[in-house]
Design a protein around this ligand. Structure first.
Ligand code: PGA
Length: 292
């Protein structure tokens, strides 16, 4: 089985100006510097696992500054949404090539707040995922059920629907993608930059009732859904891709509960809102990930 590198992704939502982004990075640099020396001592003792990948997704205006100040700390930068077209008459929108040129490596797509407040549909999220990959961005596609859906026993159906549209778009004929059929499994999506394949897709399972509420899913419940997501990925993209796709849990993740999630076999990291906003707590998340 592939060893998937853990991903700790901070979603700042509509928080932090350019100046606040710079201040965050300055504080994070100090904290990571201290931890790095502790980490170096631990690895000299033969302790310490593989280094988790760190990512911050600030609002658009702070992306450029975030790239400048976070790259030296080894922290990647991503956007929180994008338009599905590369350019055109879409006032107020931002496209994947624009984000890629700024140095973004990731883009969050279909976050529940986008679906709820900005009417993003499954189909639009799927088209965005294809556009992101083509521009060289790794999409972090968010899926998850509402409280009413969970209580009505509809979690699996919601996940199947949301995942289905993305996976179908990644294998659909007519968009220049690989044609559907067993022989195309594990084939790269045609037209992708050389370094990317469909396996660069990241899925974030975020039960909507757990976002920003302090009420997190149990690790076992999250694993059940994340396992289902991997199975769905396997049947559409093939075993090799499914093995490489990273699946995150999101919803009230904090430094003190992260370890319970990433201990699960199909949870490869976390998408974190509130606890990614302070440098102290983001650094603590990275420490918890490293020690998990
Ligand atoms: P939260 O947000 O960590 O504040 O619950 C998670 C998210 O919305 O991605």
């Amino acid at each position: 089985m592939t060893t998937r590198r853990m991903l700790i992704a901070g979603n700042w939502k509509m928080n932090k100006t350019v100046l606040e982004t710079a201040a965050f990075a300055a504080e994070l640099a100090g904290r990571l510097g201290q931890e790095k020396s502790a980490g170096d001592r631990a690895s000299a003792d033969g302790q310490g696992g593989s280094e988790p990948e760190a990512l911050i997704c600030p609002p658009f205006p702070a992306l450029s500054e975030a790239g400048r100040v976070l790259a030296p700390l080894g922290v990647a930068v991503g956007a929180q949404t994008m338009h599905e077209q590369d350019s055109g008459a879409f006032t107020g929108e931002v496209s994947a090539p624009m984000l890629a040129e700024l140095g973004c490596q990731y883009v969050i797509l279909g976050h529940s707040e986008r679906r709820q407040f900005f009417a993003e549909t499954d189909a639009a999220v799927a088209r965005k995922a294809v556009a992101a990959l083509r521009a060289g961005l790794r999409p972090i596609v968010c899926v998850g059920e509402t409280l009413e859906e969970r209580e009505a026993g509809l979690t699996a159906a919601v996940i199947d629907r949301q995942m289905g549209s993305v996976l179908t778009a990644l294998t659909a004929p007519g968009t220049g993608n690989a044609p559907v059929g067993d022989s195309t499994k594990d084939q790269p999506l045609t037209g992708l930059p050389a370094e990317l394949s469909r396996a660069e897709l990241v899925i974030a399972y975020e039960p909507i009732w757990a976002i920003g509420t302090g009420r997190s899913s149990s690790a076992a419940d999250a694993q059940e859904v994340c396992g289902r997501i991997r199975d769905l990925t396997r049947s559409e993209l093939g075993a090799e891709s499914a093995d490489r796709v990273r699946i995150l849990y999101g919803g009230s993740v904090k430094p003190d509960n992260l370890a319970t999630y990433v201990a699960e076999p199909d949870i490869d990291g976390a998408l974190v809102g509130g606890a990614s906003l302070s440098a102290a707590s983001f650094a603590a998340l990275l420490t918890a990930a490293r020690e998990a």
